[in-house]
Write a protein that binds this ligand. Structure first.
Ligand code: C2E
Ligand code: MG
Ligand code: MG
Ligand code: MG
Length: 279
């Protein structure tokens, strides 16, 4: 949103004032070259279906291995990529790489799903549907196993446009999740109008699940709402057995978090899945 962009910009100015401009401009410069240097990779975090105890999908999470600074978090460079417009090329790469690796995964696990995060500018991009179709046909994946994750802040500012776009995506049989749900103050009266498949409860609500009753009430309310809207509810950031048990007992559909697995590089994902299945 404009507000968020404004905030990012403010932070950038703030850093300029504090004399770290060279560093940030260097980072932006490096971001331009990162693609051709092959510095991006994807890690995959498993999603566990609680009732069947099966891993039913993975979320692709981008990593930037900077030659001098090491791994830089997407929370740092995605906003920068958004501001500079590089996000479009990066997203294209993410989609291609993730779909390619989904095809590979499905040789062993034919029903495995892939979740991909999409930033606001990519969601609004005119070419989005064409790009999705092209990637799907090039990699020859079944679009029903693909789920796009969008945040409330992407969908809400122009809900009418968003609904139209979501309908176009759904026509291609691609699934849709609302990510970080509960943090965007979305108008609940709009929620049922969005053709969504999944709600992902933000990890900030899961963190205090066992210590604060308010958090537990919110999580329960989201699970109940998901049930009545007939959408899948996923809890993010599940780190402890207590959190896991609470969610399982209350009937949350899926969990994702360090308690199950950290995001894994592709070559560690298959061994993890094999081991999980064997146990
Ligand atoms: P997200 O989509 O909400 O992803 C979940 C984040 O929570 C990931 O951070 C993940 O590593 C982290 N996480 C997973 N389990 C746990 C846990 O048990 N505890 C805690 N404390 N954290 C956990 P990550 O990988 O740093 O990504 C941050 C955000 O960057 C993502 O949030 C997503 O919004 C964005 N992002 C990541 N990859 C992409 C991408 O390919 N494209 C776009 N547009 N955004 C991306
Ligand atoms: Mg996500
Ligand atoms: Mg999230
Ligand atoms: Mg997020």
């Amino acid at each position: 949103s404009a507000k968020r962009k404004g905030k990012n910009r403010f932070e950038l100015y703030n850093q300029l004032e504090h004399g770290s401009d060279a560093v940030d401009l260097a980072l932006e410069n490096d971001l331009h070259k990162a693609m051709e240097r092959g510095e991006f990779s994807l890690h995959y975090q498993p999603l566990l279906h609680l009732r069947t105890n099966q891993i039913i999908g993975v979320e692709a999470l981008i990593r930037w291995n900077h030659p001098k600074r090491g791994f830089i978090s997407p929370a740092t460079f995605i906003p920068l990529a958004e501001e500079t417009g590089l996000i479009v090329a990066i997203s294209q790469w993410v989609m291609e790489a993730a779909c390619h690796q989904l095809k590979e995964l499905q040789r062993y696990y034919p029903k495995m799903k892939m979740n991909i995060n999409l930033s606001t500018s990519c969601f609004l991009q005119h070419e989005l549907i064409d790009n999705l179709e092209r990637v799907i046909s090039c990699t020859n994946i079944d679009p029903r196993y693909l789920e796009i994750e969008l945040t409330e802040s992407t969908l809400m500012p122009n809900a009418a446009f968003a609904i139209e776009r979501l309908v176009q995506i759904k026509k291609r049989q691609i699934k849709i999740a609302i990510d970080d749900f509960g943090t965007g103050f979305s108008s609940l009266s709009y929620l049922h109008r969005f053709p969504i498949d999944t709600l992902k409860i933000d990890k900030s609500f899961i963190r205090h699940l066992s210590s604060y009753r308010g958090e537990a009430a919110i999580v329960k309310a989201i699970i109940d709402m998901g049930r009545s809207l007939n959408v899948t509810v996923v809890a993010e950031g599940v780190e402890t057995e207590k959190q896991y048990k609470f969610l399982k007992d209350y009937g949350c559909d899926c969990v994702q978090g360090y308690y199950i697995s950290k995001p894994l590089p592709f070559d560690e994902l298959l061994p993890f899945l094999h081991e999980w299945k064997a146990e």
